[in-house]
Design a protein around this ligand. Structure first.
Ligand SMILES: [Zn+2]
Length: 310
C-alpha cells in the first residue's frame, strides 16, 4: 500500500501532468490509433499495461506489457524478454532503459505499434512544481498532512475547510482541499527528483519486486480503457496524446564477444591436440585446429553482422 492510494484522484489543478482523464469520459471522444489493440487486450482479460519502446531499424516500435496484478517478481530486467529470443543471444541488445513520452503513429500488428519517441524532461516539471509550492499560501491549518510514520491523513473538514478551492473546468468542476494538493505535489516533486536514478537502480538489480510500485508511482502504468479514445486537444492533434513509456537503449555486449573469442581459441586448441593424438601427426592436428578456428570465426562474424543490422 503506497501513500498515493490514500490521496484523492489526481485533480485538474493549477499544475497537472496527468495525461488521462476520468472514467466518466471514457466512452466519449475520438477513437485512438490503438483502439483495436486495447479492445483485444481487454478481451484477453488485461486491464493495465506499461508501454515499452524499442528501436527496430530506423523505426521505433512499442508494445504494451500487461500488468497482471501486483505480482511479485516483475522486475526491470524482465523487460528484455519482451523482445524475443534473438535479443537475448544477440551481441547488441538493451543495456539501458529511459523514461520517455511517445505518440502513436500506426499499429503494425495486434501487439506492436509504430511510435514517435519524445524526451520526457523531468527538470522542467520539477521547476514548475517548485514555483507553485513557493507561491502557495494556505488559508488556515487543516488536518491534511503526513504523520511521523509517513501515513497521509486527508482533510477531515470537508466542505467547511478554509483551504477548499475549485479546480477542473466549468463542465466538470472539482472542489478540493489545496493543502492536500500541496502535499501531493511535494511528494510528486521528490519522486521526480530521484526517478531516473531509481530506474537505473531497478534495471541493474535483480530480486527487487517493488519495481511495479515504482512504475505506478511514476505514472508509467496506463489503463487500456483510457487509451481507447482521445479527447479535446489530444483528439485535434493527429498523433493523439503523449503516453509515458520506457525506452530500451541498445548497446554492444563486449563481454559476450570476448567470451566467445576465448571459447573459439579453446575449442581449436582442444581440436588440435585431439587430432594430433588420433592422427599421430602434428600436421594433421594443426590442419584440423585451423579449420575449426576458421569455422568459429565465421560464426562469430555472422552473429556480429546480424546483431548490428537486426
Ligand atoms: Zn483541508
Amino acid at each position: 500500500m503506497t501513500v498515493t492510494h490514500n490521496l484523492p484522484p489526481v485533480k485538474i489543478g493549477p499544475i497537472t501532468d496527468h495525461p488521462f482523464i476520468s472514467h466518466q469520459l471514457e466512452m466519449q471522444g475520438k477513437p485512438s490509433k490503438v483502439k483495436s489493440l486495447c479492445e483485444e487486450a481487454i478481451k484477453n482479460g488485461y486491464y493495465e499495461c506499461t508501454w515499452l519502446c524499442y528501436n527496430r531499424g530506423t523505426k521505433y516500435l512499442a508494445q504494451g506489457i500487461p500488468i497482471l496484478s501486483e505480482i511479485e517478481g516483475f522486475e526491470a530486467h524482465n523487460l528484455r524478454r519482451a523482445l524475443g529470443w534473438w535479443k537475448r543471444v544477440s551481441l547488441r541488445s538493451p543495456v539501458k532503459v529511459k523514461i520517455v513520452k511517445m505518440h502513436f503513429l500506426e499499429p503494425k500488428s495486434i501487439k506492436e505499434v509504430e511510435v514517435m519517441v519524445l524526451p520526457d524532461d523531468s527538470s522542467s516539471k520539477i521547476e514548475g512544481i517548485r514555483t507553485w509550492l513557493k507561491e502557495y499560501s494556505m488559508e488556515a491549518q487543516c488536518s491534511a498532512g503526513y504523520d511521523e510514520n509517513g501515513t497521509f491523513h486527508p482533510c477531515q473538514s470537508g466542505s467547511s475547510c478554509k483551504n477548499r478551492v475549485m479546480g477542473g473546468n466549468e463542465e466538470y468542476p472539482q472542489f478540493y482541499c489545496s493543502l492536500e494538493y500541496y502535499h501531493e505535489l511535494r511528494l510528486r516533486k521528490r519522486r521526480l527528483e530521484c526517478r531516473d536514478a531509481m530506474l537505473e537502480f531497478y534495471w541493474n538489480s535483480r530480486g527487487r519486486s517493488d519495481f511495479q510500485t515504482f512504475l505506478r508511482e511514476s505514472g508509467l502504468i496506463t489503463s487500456y480503457s483510457n487509451l481507447k479514445t482521445t479527447h479535446y486537444l489530444d483528439a485535434a492533434d493527429r498523433y493523439g496524446e503523449s503516453i509515458p513509456a520506457l525506452l530500451l537503449i541498445d548497446g554492444w555486449h563486449i563481454k559476450r564477444l570476448l567470451i566467445m573469442i576465448c571459447f573459439a581459441v579453446l575449442i581449436s586448441l582442444v581440436v588440435t591436440v585431439l587430432a594430433a593424438a588420433v592422427g599421430q601427426s602434428i600436421d594433421t592436428g594443426l590442419t584440423a585446429g585451423s579449420y575449426t578456428l576458421a569455422l568459429v570465426a565465421i560464426f562469430i562474424a555472422t552473429l556480429s553482422f546480424f546483431s548490428a543490422i537486426l
